[in-house]
Design a binder for this molecule. Sequence first.
Ligand SMILES: Nc1ncnc2c1ncn2[C@@H]1O[C@H](COP(=O)(O)OP(=O)(O)O)[C@@H](O)[C@H]1O
Ligand SMILES: [Mg+2]
Length: 237
Amino acid sequence: MSLIVKGLNVLYGDSQALWDVDLEIPNGGLVSLIGANGAGKTTLMKTIVGLILARSGSVVLEDVDVLSLAPERRVQLGLALVPEGRRLFKGLTVQENLLVGAYARRDRQAIQQDLEKVVAYMPELKSILSRLAGDLSGGQQQMCAIGRALMAKPRVLLVDEMSLGLAPVVVDRLADTLQRVNQDEGISILIVEQDVELSLSISQTAYVLETGRVVASGTSSDLRNREDIKAAYLGLH
Ligand SMILES: Nc1ncnc2c1ncn2[C@@H]1O[C@H](COP(=O)(O)OP(=O)(O)O)[C@@H](O)[C@H]1O
Ligand SMILES: [Mg+2]
């Protein structure tokens, strides 16, 4: 499914966090969202899934404006978020956390089958299904969080801070998993990833947020070659 954000304005009290944001995730696309700390990336993702209310604008999933719908309804229509900081239930097992992701689904009978599918995408989960989420490494927790989002059977997946604080080898695994999910399942993905080079290398298009506004967008390869983007986000590797 495609997701089209238009003219989105979001305020925290008197302070405006997003200004007239336009962004498009094409059907089956993988899109990067780039920006410094505090730029508004998390606010945008939370607004798309309904955890924050917008002042104005539209968020159209396929052909439905979901902006006035409850978060659970948006999940049923195909939206899922892997939140910054993972937000697992630490006192529940991995399997229980995965099943939490399926809470809004009506096709209960397919859930067990999808659990197996999620484990097939991330085989590392298999041996830890009965462990408490709070006892896992950061990488395992992020796999569990991605798995939980996949259990909602999303058509558009938002991944906030895919690899913050994780070891490089785990970062590559997670990026690979998201690419496979995108290509094999046709799930559209919007990703926030602090390794901007990696993010641009796996996405087709990208948006740059600065203090709540989209200041640049285009194909990932074009943005990667722009001097201003290189200087601000790519460092001097
Ligand atoms: N719950 C909140 N209440 C008030 N201001 C907030 C809240 N969450 C975020 N902000 C502010 O909104 C801006 C965008 O934050 P955020 O969306 O978290 O940015 P990013 O994810 O890009 O780091 C920042 O100035 C931040 O301080
Ligand atoms: Mg954030």
